[in-house]
Design a binder for this molecule. Structure first.
Ligand code: ADP
Ligand code: MG
Length: 361
């Protein structure tokens, strides 16, 4: 069986699609191609709207899944144009989360696997999360098994923090069980506040936040949400962390730059609290996801986590922006080879499960 896999990730930040073409023959994935395709503003707005209840949802969700699948297929085309004669085993496609309600027994990632298989002529694995939830788990995070495979070290206790729209971490002790969970907001609130006040999709390098002053009372109120201190397994999404959630804590007369500074502090402090609370003894912290490129955030994290070493996963050989897409290529390989992809200690599922649905080419 070929060891070449495509991974496609579009996360809660709603910035677009990250794609990789990787050779998974050896433990260290070899990247043959990568691509990022941004969402059009129309598709982004519709996906954001579908995160909350609205009219004619079923038809709108189906149409959005089709539009997404066309964008996924065009990302695959961009990847394949970078290599000659690749014999791809399968595409692992996360889909776009619009609801995540494990306690209610469901999670929804929009994608039309049949259409993606039809458009690419490749086997497609998608809907990775549902089986874990069916087995009593959170369905998330699913990246820890991949982090364990590629980033664990025999002599160093590492923690991998993925700062996407939501932040999640994987705890990789030298001995003992691998754990992991969603810590809370990554970029999602920062992006939303930036869009609302500066009409930009994100706060490049955290520059706007860095010019504001943290509002201590607001930070305290935001950090007071019970989610942050809850013992894992736990997972989160736009269902919990969203503009309404923030709005409930605002007096309304705050300086917008100060709110942005406070949101940056919220992301940094919920991540560092999660590490000190649940990852005792950690030596090194590695960051991935787009948030790893937010220099103001990285410097806050480095300060609050000192004396731990804080660096991007680039240092461990995988570009921080493509770790999650690579994880879904790896999860597709697990499925195609009939191997489980979840870690029950992370998700709380009753046991290891074969994840995903396969749409044959
Ligand atoms: N240079 C940067 N400065 C600040 N934030 C950045 C930078 N580059 C990327 N980001 C953030 O990363 C986000 C995308 O991260 P990503 O890992 O793709 O998240 P998701 O998986 O939720 O889509 C952007 O929305 C933005 O908030
Ligand atoms: Mg993204």
């Amino acid at each position: 069986m070929s060891k070449l896999f495509v991974g496609l990730m579009s996360g809660t930040s709603l910035d677009g699609v990250d794609g990789v073409l990787v050779d998974l023959e050896s433990t260290k994935p070899q990247h043959l191609a990568h691509a990022h395709q941004a969402f059009s503003s129309g598709l982004r707005d519709e996906l954001l709207a579908l995160n909350t209840p609205g009219g004619n949802e079923l038809a709108r969700a189906a149409r959005a899944a089709n539009a997404l699948s066309r964008l996924y297929a065009s990302t695959v085309k961009v990847l394949l144009a970078q290599v000659a004669d690749a014999n791809i085993c399968a595409i692992g496609c996360h889909g776009q989360t619009v609801r995540h309600q494990p306690a209610d027994g469901y999670t929804i990632q929009l994608v039309n696997g049949a259409l993606l298989a039809e458009l690419t002529g490749l086997d497609v694995v998608c809907d990775f999360r549902s089986r874990d939830i069916a087995a009593g788990g959170e369905g998330a995070p699913l990246v820890p098994a991949f982090h364990q495979t590629v980033f664990a070290d025999q002599n160093t206790h590492r923690v991998i923090v993925n700062i996407g729209g939501i932040a999640n971490l994987t705890n990789l002790p030298v001995s003992g069980e691998v754990t992991g969970f969603d810590c809370g907001p990554g970029n999602v609130l920062l992006d939303a506040w930036m869009l609302r006040h500066r009409h930009q999709p994100f706060d490049r390098d955290g520059a706007w936040a860095a010019g504001g002053r943290v509002i201590p009372l607001l930070l305290e109120r935001l950090c007071g949400d019970g989610f942050f201190t809850r013992t894992p397994p736990k997972s989160s999404g736009r269902d919990l962390v969203n503009a309404d959630w923030l709005g409930r804590q605002l007096a309304g007369d705050e300086n917008p730059a100060d709110v942005q500074a406070t949101l940056l502090a919220l992301t940094a402090s919920t991540i560092s609290d999660a590490i000190s609370r649940f990852c005792a003894g950690a030596d090194e912290i590695y960051l991935c996801g787009g948030g790893a490129r937010n220099t103001a955030l990285v410097s806050l994290l480095s300060k609050s986590l000192a004396p731990h070493k804080v660096a991007a996963t680039d240092l461990l050989g995988i570009n921080a922006e493509f770790v999650e897409a690579t994880a879904f290529a790896w999860l597709a390989q697990r499925t195609m080879e009939s191997q489980p992809g979840n870690l029950p200690a992370v998700t709380g599922a009753r046991g290891p499960r074969l994840l995903g649905a396969i749409y044959r080419a």
